[in-house]
Design a protein around this ligand. Structure first.
Ligand code: SAM
Length: 267
């Protein structure tokens, strides 16, 4: 490919990013470029468009294509009790320290199809704290949120759920499993773009896992600042298993355990 062709291909993608931002508020420039471009180029080719300009026009005329684009750019893979030993650290080591701050205000940010906030709800229920907790769960993807609110799951997403919890919190529903209504009613789902929208504050616990990996370093830096501000002093941030924060002290955070950070207490 000639340099000229490479330049016009890049311009085509950058213009697409701008148009998507204007049309949806989603800033693709804050996601790692190579990864995102590869995923979207595959989708574009699958639908027979040669350029991102044509692909954008196509989406304007075809809502289904637009929804498929949204689905492709947001990766919704999730699981209950994902990396279970980390949830056990939360349950047995870190949560007891939060008990003197009831009611608890907790948030599952980028909650996908709900497995993560429902795991939180299970753990709080096991500790007898569910009635005294407010659980927020947000995601950018309305399709994922609709599925989360429905609360029906395939057996494979229950793989890591402790046996007792499967019995207590799930009911077989045909080939699927339905989450207990008590948990469903306890989680408040809403749409939110982490890279754009403002955050509430005063959280005792924020869980944000397996989404940071898709963001650029600048976007991550901005988000850690926002999360730290949203936590109350002593509050905990729980991140994904490849998402350690390097030099957490720059955000007024300190390590509380592997993949957990505590907002420093005010001096
Ligand atoms: C791989 S899932 C992670 C789900 C869950 N946190 C877990 O660890 O199992 C990533 C989620 O991030 C969401 N997401 C991507 N960009 C986002 C943004 N800018 N704001 C909010 N959610 C976003 C996607 O829609 C997707 O549901």
């Amino acid at each position: 490919m000639s340099q000229h062709d490479k330049d016009s291909e890049l311009d085509d993608y950058l213009l697409f990013i701008q148009k998507i931002k204007t049309a949806t508020g989603i800033d693709l420039a804050q996601y790692k470029e190579a990864q995102m471009k590869r995923r979207l180029t595959t989708l574009r080719a699958k639908h027979g468009y040669d350029t991102f300009a044509a692909f954008f026009e196509g989406m304007n005329q075809n809502k289904t294509l637009f929804l498929e684009f949204l689905d492709r750019m947001t990766i919704n893979v999730s699981e209950f009790w994902r990396n279970r030993n980390r949830w056990e650290v939360l349950q047995h080591k870190l949560l007891p320290d939060l008990y003197d701050h009831l009611p608890l205000k907790v948030w599952s940010a980028a909650c996908s199809t709900g497995e993560e906030p429902y795991t939180l709800a299970m753990i709080l229920d096991m500790a007898g704290l569910l009635p005294r907790s407010k659980i927020m769960a947000t995601d950018i993807d309305e399709g994922a949120l609709a599925k989360a609110m429905q609360g029906t799951y395939l057996e494979r997403s229950l793989r890591e759920v402790p046996e007792e919890a499967v019995k207590t919190y799930f009911k077989p529903d045909g080939l699927q499993y339905k989450i207990d209504a008590k948990l469903r009613d306890a989680v408040h789902f809403s749409k939110q773009n982490l890279l754009h929208d403002s955050f509430e504050d005063g959280f005792d616990l924020i869980v944000c896992r397996n989404v940071m990996i898709y963001f650029t370093e600048e976007a991550k830096h901005m988000l850690y600042q926002k999360f730290a501000k949203a936590l109350r002093p002593g509050g905990i941030l729980f991140v994904g298993s490849t998402e350690q924060i390097f030099s957490p002290s720059q955000y007024d955070l300190e390590g509380a355990d592997t993949f957990f950070y505590r907002k420093k207490l005010e001096e």
